[in-house]
Design a protein around this ligand. Structure first.
Ligand code: CP3
Length: 361
């Protein structure tokens, strides 16, 4: 195992483990991204996936928000993308500026599983660059904050692999679910197997907590969520924790839109559940009953509304979730690219000041 500098701020790890914290820790999904001018500057020089594949660049960009908001973030998240798993499985993915991910030839029919996918993925060979980036970033962080790793969940990745990019209806991937359910489950299992190895590799490389992104969970009915999402995200938590034993780290599940699944999500082995902004804190707490840590959930667009609404929303959120136990502050989804970086500073300083204030009462 690599030696890393000692950790100076472990708030987020304590919150995830259910220990008391002096204030609620905070980070933001997509905190290293296009709202930062220093990110856009690097992005003009390099293609998106070149950055992901070059540990020095991934490290530089992961640290950008940590340096800019010195001392205000309580975690860093490794710069990468959920779509590196489809790439490892053999599909070509491009990142088109202003449009998002594009697969020139997505999966079209179940026969493509056998004809086109690399089904024996050696994650050290195909995704070793992510492990190298994690080890390098963890050293460069010098213990300032913990480093988070992440993956996309199987259903979300399957959708991208079939839709070929973003989609409003997911009609192609849903055609697979409803016309070819057995073949769909086979594909979901293939993705799950890679996801397990990939997360274990990230943790061995130095990730101190990990998040699973089921960004398209809310596109499924509760019934279909139980068939096509839940078993696979459960399997990921079970297998990662079982294989790592004492080296396991806290795991977070983010199922955007799956409010109906909150109870099941609190029973499948994750330490933390990340919530979108459609869920009220009191409701989430009443369903999960302190079994897990909750994370979230400010509407990212509040950051467009000016200082006053940012401050009042943060206060209401902290009052709702509680500030010293089983709570991590975040947005309810990724930060949007046109947000003013100074609005993020207002958000972060308010989380610190109101968090400390409420804890004294
Ligand atoms: O949070 C972080 O700072 C770490 C980096 C990170 C990125 N993508 C960088 C990125 C993380 C955790 C992701 C996860 C991701 N990627 C998700 C799950 C979270 C979610 O938003 O639901 C998804 C669905 C993707 C796939 C993806 N990547 C999309 C749909 C897009 C285009 C939309 C967009 O916001 O641009 C991306 C591109 C992407 N991933 C960018 C960044 C910084 C912008 C790309 C660019 O610079 O052109």
């Amino acid at each position: 195992m690599t030696e890393f500098p000692p950790l100076k701020n472990d708030l987020i790890l304590r919150a995830a483990r259910g220990e008391k914290t002096e204030r609620a820790p905070v980070w933001i999904m997509r905190q290293a991204g296009r709202y930062l001018p220093e990110f856009r500057e690097e992005r003009e020089k390099h293609d998106f996936f070149t950055i992901c594949r070059t540990p020095e660049l991934a490290t530089l960009i992961t640290l950008q928000p940590i340096n800019r908001y010195d001392g205000l973030f309580d975690a860093a998240i490794i710069f990468s993308d959920i779509l590196v798993i489809p790439q490892a499985l053999g599909l070509v993915v491009e990142m088109v500026p202003g449009k998002g991910p594009h697969f020139p030839s997505p999966l079209e029919e179940p026969a493509d599983i056998d004809n086109r996918l690399n089904k024996k993925v050696d994650v050290y060979k195909e995704l070793g660059y992510v492990f190298d980036a994690i080890t390098m970033t963890r050293k460069a962080l010098e213990g300032r904050v913990p480093l988070l790793g992440f993956i996309g969940a199987p259903w979300t990745l399957m959708s991208y692999m079939i839709e070929g990019g973003g989609s409003n209806t997911l009609s192609k991937s849903k055609t697979w679910l409803f016309k070819y359910p057995e073949e769909s489950k086979r594909l979901l299992q293939i993705i799950t197997d890679v996801a397990v190895d990939f997360l274990i590799g990230q943790i061995k490389a130095g990730a101190q907590m990990v998040q699973v992104f089921e960004s398209w969970g809310g596109e499924l009915s509760p019934h279909d969520f139980k068939l096509f999402s839940l078993p696979y995200i459960k399997q990921i938590a079970d297998r990662v924790k079982k294989q790592l034993k004492d080296d396991a780290v806290p795991m977070t599940i983010f199922c955007k839109g799956s409010w109906y699944a909150l109870e099941s999500l609190s029973e499948i082995g994750y330490d933390t559940i990340s919530l979108d902004w459609t869920i009220d804190p009191a409701y989430a707490k009443s369903i999960t009953k302190g079994r897990v840590t909750l994370q979230g959930n400010m509407d990212p667009s509040i950051l467009y509304g000016g200082d006053e609404i940012i401050r009042s929303t943060v206060r209401t959120m902290l009052e709702g979730f509680g500030t010293n136990e089983r709570y991590i502050v975040n947005l309810g989804h990724g930060i949007l690219p046109t947000v003013d970086p100074e609005a993020v500073r207002v958000f972060l300083t308010t989380v610190h000041s109101v968090g400390l204030e409420l804890n004294k009462n």
